[in-house]
Design a protein around this ligand. Structure first.
Ligand code: ZN
Length: 455
């Protein structure tokens, strides 16, 4: 790595050690100011599986769909251990319910033999109906009750908010408790010996960071073929904590990857309309407008070929696309943003989807087993949207995706066609982008030789 700023700092009389701490402090400050500028919320509500597992174990409930029931004074649940006095005082029972598919609050009330009139008054509280309908399968609810009467209800609305209902006098009263996530800046740097995963893990990062790195740089670097021992990376992101307990990693803020001596930098930017993308430091998109391969985990079973013997028709015909062998049901993704112009059966293609893109580009996906929900003519799709599933409808000898890429009606080889770049940073946001990305990118330049992990 080259540190162009080093000589300048020597002139200022700063030792490398001081420099290192200065940079780390600057990074932390940058991250802090970002967080507090309210530019980007540090967390988003997400009913993800790890969270569910955590909630379930916190509530002392083993299996989804189960209802643990018992006097709150017994040490059966975390809640019981937390508030034994209050519970004993009122003789309340606490039920921790893990929501099942198709569960409704009505059904849960009936299962617990709670008064439906209480549910009606619950729903009648201002703003509560919307917060109580649409239960998420796997989430946990806590209900406090006695003799069939509801005395309290707790629902985690998202990672930072909990709805709490308590009985007050003759009625119920609802509050939303705020419990915001605290973000701690984290910089992880590593050198690859065998694999990216191993290197990220050795540096104290999680697998998801390795996946994210491969995602961000995957357009420039082939992470299967190009990675070599000695390649290195620096990545900055935030660890999110709640009440001092680690919850999850936030998205990568900035990253540097050095592959065979070549440096690649990326920085995440959320524009004022809420769209998040990764850009190069000068504002070019990190990705292309089209995916090279619209299915994952596949091998090419037939290449683009102007004259091949057709396996079924047994005649010499051009193969004007590429075939990706994949199991039936493998998701097929829209290669780029566009509008679906056809979705249905069409001769030898079998079930096929055709998408119109800008620049007179059309992509075609054939032999599909079925279409995804929402795949219909006129539908707008973004890059990576699942539009259908691999099959072998039409003239196909085995399950595969037949994929075509046409420009102005001319068939191009999808494996080699030069793909247009995705849109660079919008000119309107450029000054804001540069202001936000400068401190994030500076974080990547902390000198090598320092501790591998800077917290
Ligand atoms: Zn084909």
């Amino acid at each position: 790595m080259a540190f162009s700023f080093k000589p300048a700092l020597r002139k200022l009389g700063l030792a490398p050690l001081k420099l290192r701490w200065l940079l780390i402090a600057a990074c932390a400050l940058g991250a802090w100011s970002l967080l507090h500028a309210g530019h980007e919320a540090p967390s988003a509500p997400h009913p993800g599986a790890p969270d569910v597992a955590k909630q379930a174990s916190a509530a002392g409930v083993a299996a989804p769909g189960s209802v643990s029931r018992g006097p709150a004074s017994a040490p059966a649940t975390a809640a019981a251990q937390k508030k034994p006095v209050e519970s004993a005082l009122f003789g309340l029972a606490t039920s921790n319910v893990i929501v099942n598919h198709n569960d409704t609050l009505d059904g849960i009330f009936r299962r617990l033999k709670l008064r439906l009139s209480d549910l009606a008054s619950l729903r009648g509280l201002p703003g509560l109906k919307a917060r109580l309908d649409s239960l998420r399968p796997g989430e946990s609810l806590r209900l406090m009750h006695r003799d069939g009467s509801l005395f309290g209800l707790e629902r985690r609305l998202n990672e930072a908010e909990t709805l709490k209902v308590v009985r007050e006098g003759s009625g119920l009263k609802a509050d939303v408790l705020q419990n915001p996530l605290e973000a701690r800046p984290r910089i992880v740097r590593g050198v690859i010996n065998s694999s990216l995963f191993e290197a990220v893990g050795a540096a104290g990062g999680h697998d998801q960071t390795a996946v994210a790195l491969a995602d961000i740089f995957g357009w420039d670097i082939d992470f299967v073929l190009d990675i070599q021992p000695g390649d290195s990376f620096v990545v900055s992101y935030q660890e999110l904590y709640q009440d001092g307990v680690y919850v999850k990693d936030g998205p990568i803020q900035a990253a540097l990857f050095i592959n065979q001596g070549r440096q690649y930098r990326a920085v995440r930017y959320v524009d004022p309309e809420g769209n998040a993308h990764f850009y190069t430091p000068d504002g070019r998109s990190m990705h292309k407008a089209f995916l090279r391969t619209p299915v994952e985990f596949t091998r090419v079973s037939s290449r683009f070929n102007s004259a091949r013997l057709h396996p079924i028709l047994n005649t010499i015909r051009a193969h004007k696309g590429v075939d990706y062998a994949a199991p039936i049901g493998t998701p097929v993704r829209a290669a780029g943003e566009g509008r679906i112009r056809y979705a249905g059966p069409k001769g030898g293609y079998g079930n096929v989807v055709e998408i119109d893109h800008t620049r007179s580009i059309v992509t075609v996906y054939g032999h599909l087993s079925r279409f995804a929900k929402g795949t219909r003519v006129g539908q707008h799709v973004t890059q990576g949207t699942v539009i259908a599933y691999v099959g072998m409808t039409g003239l196909a000898t085995g399950p595969h995706l037949h994929y075509e890429y046409r420009v102005n009606g001319v068939f191009k080889n999808p494996q080699t066609v030069s793909l247009p770049d995705a849109e660079p940073i919008d000119a309107r946001w450029r000054p804001d982008f540069l202001a936000h990305s400068a401190p994030l990118l500076a974080c990547l330049e902390t000198p090598l030789g320092s501790a591998l992990v800077a917290r």
